[in-house]
Design a protein around this ligand. Structure first.
Ligand code: DX5
Ligand code: ZN
Length: 219
């Protein structure tokens, strides 16, 4: 729908790491708005992905927004390093931050946009007192740690609740949704109030990733 403020952020987690340069070139050619970069530490989530050196190289290969999703404990220890690596948006998990307000101020102070991600079990209203301070809310629609999982249907209600909260508090945060998103369910996710669609396997496992990205943008 054309009047929706919609962005598509393919997740490189599902890309071919042996051909990472070519994958980024494909995304540069495509209608992708952002590159979604999933960092996992094997502690906050039961998986390890990639980190700073890989992101630095991706940064040099693209002008598109680098949207970094930190699935790590103690993200405050690394915020400056991710800024140096080229992150434009840095998203931390609510569940990983005892001092979330301080973490958000740190990220913004470093000159990045600040996002907060919520695991599937974490209620949206917990962000009420910080909603006006953040640039993005990431609703996890799968349990973080792995690509290729099924979209959790309850996420649609959480997206609607987030949209209501943003309207109520006159906040500017974008709503990003991550996990199990495909061309088939993208329309319902956007209708619920989302702005940013993260898609990993549905893009990279498709026959024509560029066409899939275009289809997601038109959803
Ligand atoms: C999961 C990651 C996602 C993942 C999405 O922990 O945060 O970004 O790459 O992958 P799909 O689209 O395959 O569910
Ligand atoms: Zn992610």
């Amino acid at each position: 729908m054309e009047n929706r403020n919609t962005f598509v952020a393919p997740s490189l987690l599902a890309s071919n790491f042996l051909e990472l340069g070519k994958e980024v070139e494909m995304l540069n050619r495509s209608e992708a708005d952002w590159l979604h970069l999933d960092v996992m530490d094997g502690r906050f989530v039961p998986n390890i992905s990639f980190g700073l050196p890989v992101i630095s190289h991706i940064r040099k290969a693209t002008k598109k927004t680098c949207d970094v999703h930190l699935m790590i404990e103690e993200p405050e220890k690394y915020a400056e390093d991710f800024k140096k690596a080229g992150a434009d948006i840095l998203t931390v998990h609510y569940e990983a931050c005892t001092h979330l307000h301080r973490n958000i101020q740190q990220i913004k102070g470093l000159g990045m946009k600040a996002g907060v991600a919520l695991n599937p079990h974490t209620p949206v209203h917990l962000l009420e007192n910080i909603i006006n301070d953040i640039d993005l809310i990431l609703i996890m629609s799968v349990n973080p740690g792995f690509g290729g999982q099924h979209f959790i249907p309850k996420s649609l209600e959480k997206i609607r609740q987030t949209r209501e909260m943003i309207t109520h508090y006159k906040a500017h945060a974008l709503i990003e949704v991550d996990g199990g998103i495909s061309v088939e369910n993208a329309g319902a996710i956007l209708d619920a109030g989302a702005n940013v669609l993260v898609a990993g396997s549905s893009v990279f496992a498709s026959k024509d990733p560029e066409a899939t990205i275009s289809a997601l943008r038109k959803a």
